[in-house]
Design a protein around this ligand. Structure first.
Ligand code: HEC
Length: 104
């Protein structure tokens, strides 16, 4: 029988490797804020942020501060879905940064 310590170390390494692989995948194939926006947000907000489908807010004139912007996108509001289940915090950060570039 293997010494207990070897078994523990072995499973620890397995767990570490697995979590590395999982978090590595979660970061996605390195999408930019613009790509994420055009994939998830364009249909309601439009490529330039002015479309307003279902009453979507005009993102060019939106005045939300960074934190409110992040929570609105993460949690959703009214018809707008919550995105925190489909994007990780890094991706949400990229989208927040991109949304601000749409402002005029
Ligand atoms: C199904 C349509 C829809 C999609 C898809 C959608 N939104 Fe929205 N969004 C809305 C609606 C509707 C509102 C206005 C909610 C309200 O009435 O307060 C809104 C509001 C917002 C606001 C608040 C603006 C302000 O000044 O109050 C932000 C920021 C925003 N959306 C960003 C995004 C981003 C980023 C995405 C993509 C990750 C996205 N939205 C996807 C419909 C959508």
């Amino acid at each position: 029988m293997k010494p207990l310590i070897a078994t523990i170390t072995g499973s620890l390494i397995t767990v570490l490797l697995l979590s590395f692989i999982v978090t590595g995948q979660k970061a996605g194939p390195g999408k930019t804020g613009q790509e994420l926006f055009e994939k998830h947000c364009k249909q309601c907000h439009g490529k330039d942020g002015t479309r307003g489908l279902f009453g979507a807010k005009n993102l060019q004139t939106s005045q939300l501060a960074d934190e409110a912007l992040y929570t609105t996108i993460a949690r959703g509001r009214k018809i707008m879905p919550a995105w925190e289940k489909r994007m990780d915090s890094a991706e949400l950060g990229l989208v927040v940064a991109y949304v601000k570039t749409l402002r005029k």
